[in-house]
Ligand binder design. Structure first.
Ligand code: PLP
Length: 420
């Protein structure tokens, strides 16, 4: 079935009442009915709801449906994108291990993977995901994961995915791709050999800035890479915290199962059922919105590209952009989502444009249906010294836009009066 149809129907067929909308199971716990059923669920002889920290019927429909749209085997929803990134990494790496992280990733991912995890004994090394030429020499026996973004936030860069997957597979290492900005509608990493995807569903999936959420999705057949793999004893040796359970012996998708049973169970970064319900509503229209976000962003990019006061525009969907070829190679119909950036003369010019824009809101978020404007040098990156900023491509006059679903003519008119 196609993604569009899966997004609307997968995992729910009006059972019980005929209700067309997926029901919201706003509940903490579940009546097992008998002591035997309770025991069987705890022993994993039968899968079913136990307690909402571990699973919930509404959340489960969201997990299964999102995983189907992503082209994966199983999903695990979390309370935010940050917790999804954490669970993906912590499911693979333990104290003494290391992970290799792309230089161009979301700021929260950098702080989590390179600073916070260090306090738990997991170190991070960084690689250049544009080329992945330096990746292989960073790998050692303790390397447990390679992490990158399919369309990086905020640089809007597309990595050399083939090379990353090829190197990782040669060393039997799990690859994790943050697919938040592209969404499954524009790009499906798991169909390109990536092992696990993570998402902040707080962005395009919810779509209207309604709910925080995250999800991780494992590819079909990932068990084969985990079972017997010496890098990952935690999947192959008894888990003391689960009565000596050996995950590899179970007939379920192991990556999400272990993340649920050993991480979600203990850390509790579980989505509220109501947020899962909101995310299902978002997922149902995601395919329509992503095409519109991308088309609108392309219109705005073309307008800015022709503007005499704009020095440079970065948008992979734009013809002539340095990433245009890669965008056409990987992304559905060459559509590259709603993020773009452009550069004006200097800091003050950029700040004036932010203050003059009326339709664009000055917000540090992306993926809302309403358009957003950000000036990184004075906000998200203000702590970074000027020379380091320049080196990472974040110029004083750089402005970032998250293009929403308004009519692009209105967005262009607003930019026209703001830029002057
Ligand atoms: C926002 C974002 C995150 C973090 O997600 P939250 O839902 O805000 O916790 C992770 N990765 C990317 C690419 C993001 O844009």
């Amino acid at each position: 079935m196609t993604q569009e149809t899966l997004a609307l129907h997968y995992g729910y067929n009006q059972e019980h009442t005929g209700a067309m909308a997926v029901p919201l199971y706003q509940t903490t716990a579940y009546d097992f009915g008998s002591a035997e059923t309770a025991a069987n669920r705890f022993a994993l002889k039968e899968l079913g709801p136990i307690y909402t920290r571990l699973n919930n019927p509404t959340t489960e429909i969201f997990e299964n449906r999102f995983a189907a749209v992503e082209g994966g085997e199983a999903g695990l929803a979390t309370s935010s994108g940050q917790s999804a990134v954490f669970f993906a990494a912590a499911n693979l790496a333990e104290a003494g291990d290391n992970i290799i992280v792309a230089k161009k990733v979301y700021g929260g991912t950098t702080t989590l993977l390179t600073h916070t995890l260090k306090r738990f004994g997991i170190t991070a090394k960084t690689f250049d995901s544009d080329t992945a030429e330096d990746l292989e020499k960073l790998i050692d026996d303790k390397t447990k994961a390679i992490f990158f973004e399919s369309l990086s936030n905020p640089q809007i860069a597309i990595p050399n995915i083939e090379k990353i997957v090829e190197v990782a597979n040669r060393h039997n290492i799990i690859t994790i791709c943050d697919n938040t900005v592209a969404t499954p509608i524009l790009f499906q990493p798991l169909l390109h050999g990536v092992d696990v995807t993570v998402h902040s569903t707080s962005k395009y999936t919810t779509g209207q800035g309604l709910a925080l959420g995250g999800i991780l999705v494992a590819r079909n057949g990932l068990n084969k890479k985990l079972i017997g793999n010496e890098r990952y004893p935690q999947f192959n040796e008894p888990d003391e915290s689960y009565h000596g359970l050996v995950y590899a012996d179970l007939p379920f998708p192991l990556f999400t199962l272990r993340a649920r049973l050993s991480l979600l169970r203990d850390i509790g970064a579980t989505p509220a059922p109501f947020n899962s319900w909101l995310l299902i509503q978002g997922l149902e229209t995601l395919h329509v919105r992503m095409k519109q976000h991308s088309n609108n962003a392309l219109e705005v990019a073309k307008y800015l590209n022709a503007h005499p006061k704009v020095k440079k525009v970065s948008y992979p969907g734009l013809e002539g952009d340095t990433q245009h070829e890669r965008a056409n190679k990987y992304f559905k119909d060459g559509l590259t989502s709603g993020l773009l950036s452009f550069e004006v003369e200097d800091f003050d010019t950029a700040k004036n444009i932010l203050n003059s824009a009326k339709l664009f809101s000055v917000v540090v978020n992306i993926g809302d249906s309403k358009s957003i404007i950000t000036h990184p040098a004075s906000t998200t990156h203000m702590q970074v010294p000027a020379d380091e900023l320049e080196a990472s491509g974040i110029k004083q006059g750089l402005i970032r836009l998250s293009i929403g679903l308004e009519n692009p003519a209105d967005l262009i008119a607003d930019l026209e009066q703001a830029i002057g």
